[in-house]
Ligand binder design. Structure first.
Ligand code: ADP
Length: 647
């Protein structure tokens, strides 16, 4: 009779936790067992390099899944290193690895916060077998040694007995509980292996049974004949971890096929980056930049699914912000580290030095690649920027360390580029006339809105280029970039803009004073007509052709930002802007005359129309569309009558 032995209490605690909290991810038990089997084979293979005798007569490394529908057992078999009784006791009766122990501690400390999904991403080892099995039996033999059998019902006790086993290696036999009998199903096993163990280096095989009705020579099924049963052993995993191969051994087509596999994209990648790092940290990475956002990129459930983390070919997670910063969330591919333990908890991952080093290296590699693309293949880079520029820009806010490199990667439309051609900051600066001291930009809803903004007029007159910031994130990003190459950024729809040199200012001083004097009453009247719709009404320095425009004060929220804020909170108060009037404009002159002649009501009507016009050019709707159209119609009626009278 075998001696009953008790698990160390900590093991029992872990068992209970794993079994109960991981239940919704229970299929990971298979990943864990296959990964142990693969490790066991690696160890045997390593020894066999110097000691052929351990091969006995079986050198074809293999993991086999054996579902037995009658006995309701699933066996995971390997021909790896095997264990003797001492090792069985040590490895499976206690927590040998400090990784597992740490995992247990983390689990206990954070029981309430750690969702099963989170825990499920990380290795939990052999014990996870008890999620699906009421009894686990391990039959194992080392080469040249004798066999042992370990059995437990996961109730705190286990037994170890001598056993019979012809071949080297380990069989893990799971007596499946009733609700887990699906793991006897060929399809279920196939899917689970594909998801978690597809790239395990050794073949994961299974006997596949097929029944076929015998046919006559015309291909017709022979009535009443017994079906012909064939059993063929199939390999369930692809094993083709192409990231493990040197670059020179992977073809373009293999890369493309692999990309489609990891990304679920149907197009080819825009760029493929394959590299490995050796030294203090060791990892291999195969990263792709898609050509366009993959359609589900902004679906919340999928948005944090990105680069997949593997540990020695075993899938760990595809949601790992510790590995890839959020501003590179468009990347797809694989990172495979040899330095991480399989059983690493979320918390450990967050503080893990290896992960930090990998992240740093990955970010550098991707930014280097983009910089090179920008320099050598501008057309391709433009494609990239149009697809992901708005995401990449977020890095300015997040990644202080790489801020300067990110600035060099930014592209903008501008008054000096054709639509869609875009310029970099470096090119902008190289075009700056000597007198220009600052970098000018305008935030607007769209390219068209920016291009037609009346605020550009004074800049056009001076020959100063203005960048167009038309992504919703731009206003926020520009706020994080006070300067580039010691040149300040300045938003041209905010604050006081006066492009004149000191001499020009002095020369115009007289005229300004005169304008201020002649328009004093008009400004008063317009201010009164608009009431608290505007912060102020004043004369403009930036308009040369249009009659009016709206501007914010130095620290005001821009139109874009206001829209974003409103979409988050509809109660966000509209920020009041300043209405600027162009004293040289015909309409403003007419209003002055009307006012002098006492037509106050008319001037008020025009003031309201002007305000709506300014709102429209800034791509904001008029406050009261009905009133706006009524005023417009009245004007049209008056104007058309005047025209008619002339005929
Ligand atoms: P981990 O694999 O993270 O160390 P496990 O609980 O999965 O934790 O396994 C504990 C130990 O048991 C392993 O480190 C290994 O030494 C041993 N072991 C597990 N499965 C096998 C196997 N199939 N063949 C040989 N040894 C095994």
């Amino acid at each position: 009779m075998a001696k009953q032995r008790a698990f160390k209490t900590e093991v029992q605690k872990l068992l209970d936790l794993v079994i109960h909290s991981l239940y919704s991810n229970k299929e990971i038990f298979l990943r864990e067992l296959i990964s142990n089997a693969s490790d066991a084979i690696d160890r045997a293979r390593f020894i066999s390099l110097t000691d052929q005798s351990i091969l006995e007569d079986n050198a074809e490394w293999k993991i086999k899944l054996i579902p037995d529908k009658e006995a309701k057992t699933l066996t995971v078999q390997d021909n790896g290193i095997g264990m003797d009784d001492k090792e069985l006791e040590q490895n499976i009766g206690t927590i040998a690895s400090s990784g597992t122990k740490r995992f247990l501690e983390q689990l206990q400390a954070n029981k309430d916060q750690m969702s099963p999904e989170l825990i499920g991403q990380f290795g939990v080892g052999f014990y996870s077998a008890f999620m699906v099995a009421s009894e686990v039996t391990v039959i194992t033999r080392k080469a040249g040694g004798s066999a042992f059998k370990w059995t437990s019902k996961g109730d705190g006790f286990y037994t170890i007995d001598p056993a019979e086993k012809a071949t080297r290696g380990t069989d893990i036999i799971l007596k499946l509980t009733e609700e887990n009998e699906e793991f006897l199903d060929e399809w279920k096993l196939r899917k689970t292996v594909e998801r978690f163990s597809n790239y395990v280096e050794h073949p994961v095989c299974m006997d596949i049974r097929r029944e076929e009705m015998p046919r006559d020579k015309d291909g017709k099924v022979i009535e009443g004949a017994e079906p012909k049963v064939t059993i063929t052993e199939e390999t369930l995993n692809s094993m083709k971890a192409i990231w493990q191969k040197p670059k020179s051994e992977v073809t373009e087509d293999e890369y493309k096929e692999f990309y489609r596999h990891v990304s679920h994209d149907f197009m080819d990648p825009l760029e493929t980056i394959h590299w490995n790092v050796e030294g203090t940290t060791e990892f291999r990475a195969l990263i792709f930049i898609p050509e366009k956002p993959i359609f589900d990129m902004f679906v919340p459930e999928n948005k944090d699914k990105g680069v997949q983390l593997y540990v020695r070919r075993v899938f760990i997670t595809d949601k790992c912000e510790e590995l890839v910063p959020s501003y590179l969330r468009f990347l797809r591919g694989v990172v495979d580290s040899a330095d991480l333990p399989l059983n690493v908890s979320r918390e450990i991952l967050q503080e893990n030095r290896t992960i930090r080093l990998i992240k740093k290296n990955l970010v550098k590699k991707v930014l280097d690649t983009l910089a090179e693309m920008k320099e050598k293949n501008a057309e391709k880079y433009l494609k990239f920027w149009n697809a992901f520029g708005a995401v990449l820009k977020e890095g300015i806010h997040i990644d202080f360390e790489n801020k300067e490199r990110l600035e060099e990667l930014m592209l903008f439309d501008s008054t000096a580029t054709e639509e869609g051609k875009k310029t970099s900051l470096a090119d902008y600066v190289s075009r700056m006339p000597e007198a220009q001291k600052e970098i000018y930009y305008i935030t607007a809803e769209s390219y068209q809105a920016a291009k037609n903004a009346p605020q550009l007029e004074a800049f056009a007159a001076k020959g100063y280029e203005v960048l167009f910031c038309t992504d919703p994130v731009d206003e926020w990003i520009m706020g994080e970039m006070p300067e580039y190459k010691e040149k300040q950024f300045r938003c041209i729809t905010k604050g006081d803009v006066n492009l004149d040199t000191d001499e020009e200012k002095a020369a115009k001083e007289e005229e300004r004073k005169k304008d201020a004097e002649t328009n004093k009453d008009l400004l008063e009247a317009v201010k009164k007509a608009l009431g608290d719709r505007v912060k102020d009404v004043c004369l403009s320095q930036r308009l040369t052709e249009s009659a009016c425009c709206l501007v914010g004060d130095e620290y005001a929220m821009g139109v874009q930002m206001e829209r974003v804020m409103k979409s988050i909170n509809p109660d966000t108060p509209a920020s009041k802007r300043i209405l600027e009037l162009n004293p040289k404009h015909q309409l403003v002159a007419t209003m002055r005359s009307l006012l002098e002649k006492g037509a106050t009501v008319k001037v008020e009507e025009y003031a309201k129309l002007l305000y709506d016009e300014a709102l429209l050019t800034a791509q904001m709707p008029p406050e009261d569309p009905l009133a706006f159209t009524r005023r417009m119609s009245e004007l049209l009626v008056a104007d058309s009558s005047a025209e008619l009278a002339k005929l």
